[in-house]
Design a binder for this molecule. Structure first.
Ligand code: CDP
Ligand code: MG
Length: 138
């Protein structure tokens, strides 16, 4: 089934000038770019994006991290996009990620891990509402 997912290049990767390499890897992994934007989030947008983690002890550091610099958000499309992209990015902790995954290549640690990908259709819908508020999911 062709589906869409949401992908974010986080501030650590942006500051390290890894955007081009990461987007190349995404395209080589069979994804079509449907939407792409660079933006500096507001505090409210950052909190909404990570709403599910609001009670975790890493929530405040995570919000501050995502506000460090602009992020690049993309809506991507391919067969089985959500599950496939999670495989391409690797595990939350880059040190536990398969060699060749984006986090293994470009992440630093389990907080500063270069990229984000939706983990479910429900997350995709919430994340799109924060990052592409005028986009209507079909
Ligand atoms: O991003 P992913 O879905 O792999 O992991 P998550 O458990 O949904 O956590 C979201 C983000 O919070 C991670 O990508 C990390 O940036 C951050 N995090 C953290 O700083 N410390 C943790 N122990 C877990 C997550
Ligand atoms: Mg997650």
């Amino acid at each position: 089934m062709i589906e869409q997912t949401l992908f974010i290049i986080k501030p650590d990767a942006y500051k390290e000038k890894l955007v081009g390499k990461i987007v190349t890897k995404i395209e080589e992994s069979g994804f079509k770019i449907i939407k792409m934007t660079l933006k500096k989030l507001t505090r409210k947008e950052a909190e909404n994006l990570y709403y599910v983690h609001r009670d975790r002890d890493f929530f405040e550091p995570l919000v501050l991290f995502i506000l460090e610099a602009p992020i690049i958000a993309l809506i991507l499309e391919r067969e089985n996009a959500i599950e496939h992209l999670r495989g391409v990015i690797g595990k939350t902790n880059p040190k536990e990620s398969e060699p060749g995954t984006i986090r293994a290549l470009y992440g630093t640690n389990k907080s500063r891990n270069a990229v984000h990908a939706s983990d479910s259709k429900e997350s995709f819908i919430r994340e799109v509402s924060v990052l592409f508020p005028s986009y209507s999911i079909t």
